[in-house]
Design a protein around this ligand. Structure first.
Ligand SMILES: Nc1ncnc2c1ncn2[C@@H]1O[C@H](COP(=O)(O)OP(=O)(O)OP(=O)(O)O)[C@@H](O)[C@H]1O
Ligand SMILES: [Zn+2]
Length: 685
């Protein structure tokens, strides 16, 4: 950990991609831990800029717009509003939630690019890429579909096959098709601006490995593997319509690569925020005494630990991230969370279906955060953590402390009298918690921190259970005064220390306790609740979640699964043949025939020899169907005959035409049988 004392903090959390709503994976991976950290710093009295916004460029948004028949701007407007609102309702305390389609951002990203270009930090390079001649457009990977070379899935994308998971490049696809026009794309030369990451490799290695040994091991591990594989120049421009135009001559029709512009979005958002509160944005990005921290999920590590820092370094005026506490991934009921497959718990739905329960989800996602490895969210665990931790421990302790104070002392905080050993013990214990929690938070161990918080509530519960004030109230009022005073001091500490984790609960609790001033430094002591101070009536902080409630959520997921399975059933049929013209079809002489005799062809276990009445004549036809039909069952059947197929010899027998059969996906053959009434020789057309 950096031992340096920082003057201010710039905390960023990954910009959510504005082509879908926020789900619990995003929250657990990024936004809940980032919010806990930002709230904690504010309670410590630190100067914090907590920055986020919607990422609104890129191919996926353009594709979604095309699919829905709307403009990209309409797509991002819809999701930006939805995401912003649900974050607010969930208590994510961003100082600003901006967006990359803003004017400030366009200018900031554009200027950033221009400066690097002016200083010769890019390499211009031409290469051949797929181009749709009909749509007159170069095709990004996602704009090309074709057959997967690995598994033959006909709908593989230019960068990936979603059926077998192979990573692909467009050139590997069999029979590639443009998703814009359906045409086969052609190769065409195009020029792009490459950032020579290879030139930063040694610097990055030193910066990450030597200067930041404190980074989380999952983050350091991924960085090391990128570096060990060798860095290559990466194009920072794309041939697309939707995005920030590349601000240099000769780049008409090109936009900035979305991963070039998105992290710059943190800077643009800071500018807008600073302007709105009368601060100088540069303090938060260009001052060595500012600590920059990026909260992200694991798939964003390379962009935040390798590419963006190298770009900042190339610019030369910016500070670099001091830490990037990336999380691994959260899964849902043992399956990967997926926006396209609707396998998620959506934040906006949760907020509607579980009103006033933001803290329950915040707590569960923290207690079970995917900090060091992927983790699973289950509704069962959600219920258990609520019922046996939030309700039975935290809520129960607060409820007892508040209710008993009202019952015995009309809600006035009693004084502390002579202390017993048990009292001294609990007082000493309370004192240790702020530091314990702080230590965990400073190491980005949010799970551990939330365990400490719950342990503090446990201490309170245990203290009341051990001292049993309800048994003493008749005989030893003075002793009960002391016990309740200590219990309320503990409650006061909980109100402060829970704020980063459970902000709604902390707020209710502080109102109950009439706590006006809150600062991290006040927690843990005995001076929080003054003698004689009046507290308010208790309100329920948490309530039990019933089986029916979680069963309904599980059912909802099961319904999704069923719907997906139905939608994903790939029709098991032979691929379509090339188109033919009507005249080709008319050349075929298809007619009704009847099988007169049938026998196995000697020395062949595949062939049957038929004599067939075609209406024109009675002729011999040999078919490879012996594995599917017996000779006996074929005799007397009406069949479809291709009668003008050129004769050919099969095992020495001349076959004069062909019988038609239906072939199933598993290769089994079924008869194609004209109606009994169809006469031999009747033409089929
Ligand atoms: N299941 C998950 N667990 C943890 N973090 C996640 C998860 N899904 C996404 N994230 C993180 O959330 C942040 C925002 O995600 P982003 O909007 O880019 O969506 P995404 O990765 O495309 O997710 P999805 O495909 O589910 O929409 C990123 O930092 C990403 O790493
Ligand atoms: Zn495949």
């Amino acid at each position: 950990m950096s031992n340096k004392e920082f003057k201010r903090y710039t905390i960023t959390s990954a910009l959510p991609y504005a082509n879908g709503p926020v789900h619990i994976g995003h929250l657990a991976g990024v936004y809940v831990p980032a919010d806990i950290y930002a709230r904690f710093l504010r309670l410590k009295g630190r100067d914090v800029a907590f920055i986020c916004g919607s990422d609104e460029h890129g191919v996926a948004i353009e594709l979604r717009a095309r699919k829905e028949g709307v403009t990209p701007q309409q797509v991002v407007d819809k999701y930006h509003e939805q995401i912003k609102k649900s974050f607010e309702q969930f208590g994510i305390s961003f100082d600003i939630y901006s967006r990359t389609s803003s004017a400030t951002h366009h200018k900031t990203a554009s200027d950033f690019f221009k400066k690097l270009n002016d200083h010769g930090k890019f390499v211009e390079q031409s290469s051949e890429q797929f181009y749709d001649p009909k749509a007159k457009q170069f095709l990004a990977d996602r704009y090309i579909k074709g057959t997967c070379p690995t598994c033959s899935f006909p709908e593989a994308y230019g960068d990936q096959c979603e059926n077998c998971g192979s990573t692909l490049s467009p050139a590997e696809l069999i029979n590639p098709k443009s998703m814009l026009s359906g045409e086969s794309p052609v190769m065409k030369e195009t020029k792009h601006w490459y950032f020579p990451l290879d030139q930063y490799e040694e610097w990055l290695r030193h910066w990450i490995v030597e200067e930041h040994p404190e980074w989380k091991s999952n983050v350091a591990g991924q960085c090391k593997s990128w570096l060990d594989n060798g860095l290559r120049p990466r194009p920072m421009t794309r041939d697309l319509d939707w995005g920030i135009p590349v601000p240099v001559e000769g780049a008409e029709g090109k936009v900035l690569y979305v991963w070039f512009d998105a992290p710059i979005g943190y800077i643009s958002a800071t500018k807008d925020w600073a302007a709105s509160v009368g601060k100088n944005w540069e303090d938060y990005w260009k001052s060595e005494d500012t600590r920059l921290i990026h909260f992200i999920g694991k798939d964003n590590i390379v962009f935040h630990c390798v590419i963006f820092p190298a770009l900042l370094k190339a610019d030369g005026d910016y500070i670099l991230p001091d830490n990037v506490p990336a999380n691994e991934f959260l899964n849902l009921e043992s399956n990967k969370i997926s926006t396209s497959r609707n396998w998620a718990v959506w934040l906006h739905e949760y907020l509607e279906e579980f009103p006033d329960k933001q803290d329950v989800l915040r707590y569960v996602l923290t207690a079970n955060a995917p900090e060091t490895k992927d983790n699973d969210f289950t509704w069962k665990d959600f219920q258990t953590r609520n019922n046996s931790e939030l309700v039975a421990i935290f809520g129960n302790f607060i409820n007892r402390a508040v209710v008993l104070t009202h019952k015995y002392f009309d809600g006035k905080i009693p004084s502390r009298n002579e202390l017993t050993e048990r009292d001294e013990e609990v007082i000493a214990a309370i004192r240790t918690y702020p530091e314990k929690i702080e230590k965990s938070l400073e190491q980005f161990r949010f799970r551990e921190a939330s365990t400490h918080l719950m342990d503090l509530a446990r201490e309170g519960n245990k203290y009341l259970a051990d001292t049993e004030p309800w048994k003493l109230i008749k005989t030893d009022q003075s002793r009960v005064e002391t016990i309740m005073n200590i219990a309320l001091q503990l409650a006061g500490s909980l109100a402060i220390l829970s704020e980063p984790f459970l902000p709604f609960t902390s707020d209710k609790l502080r109102k109950m306790l009439n706590q006006t001033e809150v600062a991290w430094s006040m927690a843990g002591g005995l001076g929080l609740m003054a003698d004689g101070q009046q507290i308010n009536e208790g309100v329920l902080l948490f309530d039990k979640i019933e089986d029916e409630t979680v069963e309904a959520q599980v059912q909802k997921l099961m319904d999704t699964k069923k719907a997906n399975e139905a939608a994903n059933e790939v029709p098991k049929v032979a691929p379509a043949k090339d188109e033919v013209v009507f005249d080709d079809f008319m050349k075929m002489d298809l007619r009704v025939g009847e099988i007169k005799t049938a026998e196995k062809v000697e020395k062949s276990n595949k062939l049957l020899k038929f004599t067939v009445d075609t209406g024109l004549d009675v002729r011999t036809i040999v078919s490879g169907v012996a594995k599917h039909f017996t000779a006996e069952e074929m005799v007397g059947r009406k069949v479809v005959v291709m009668s003008n197929l050129a004769p050919r010899k099969i095992m020495g027998i001349e076959s004069q035409g062909m019988l038609l059969f239906a072939e199933n996906a598993d290769g089994s053959l079924k008869a194609v049988s004209p109606d009994k009434d169809a006469e031999n020789g009747a033409g089929i057309a």
